[in-house]
Design a protein around this ligand. Sequence first.
Ligand SMILES: [Fe+2]
Length: 231
Amino acid sequence: MGGTPSDLDTWARGLADLNRALAAGRIELTEWQDQIAVLDSGIDLASLHSYLDFDRLTAAMTFPEKLAQTADPKFPDRINVDGIERHWFIRFFGMRQGGAIIPHVHNNMVSAHLVMDGQFHGRTFDREADMQDPAGEFVMLRPKLDDTLRAGQMITMSDDRDNCHWLVAEADRSFTFDVGVLALSKTRLYTLPANEYSMIFVDPTAEAQDGYGLVRAPVISFKECAAKFAS
Ligand SMILES: [Fe+2]
């Protein structure tokens, strides 16, 4: 994938096609994850910035808090995005050094997070099971990625792989470009309810101690999560 406008049109059409295929159930969740990673690999980031009007959309962001600020780019009108039969979005998430996408799991959605600028400490976990007991609600998480993500690198998530993610910016004006598709056919039914963004906040910092390498992560409110991971 090069950086000419025509290359980027090909990329954007590929992305729309991928979302169309997923929304119609023609590909598996993990195929969407694999294919968007291929689509985004080798993309010319400088060209992507101008293609998505990144500078104009993010110039006014000043990051008074450690939580992310967002902006929604648009594909050019010549890119056909009709016929994606689920709610979907493209979005920039930006934050200052120490800012965070606070840890959460998702119900019935997929997303991809390409680092546009800056650098992150990225952590992902597989969501092995949800549990409810007298002590409260928990998600059993299997640690996966725990590494630095630099510009051009990405993570993805779905119900089936890397459902939990947590990003901490390691440089000022660190940004991801996200693609998400929501309200997917339910390959898994969850008893834990998610918020309007299909998110459930968790604290994944407990030591794995069950003998199976799983972290017992309490479900916490947005307020509790922001206080612990972005204050
Ligand atoms: Fe997320």
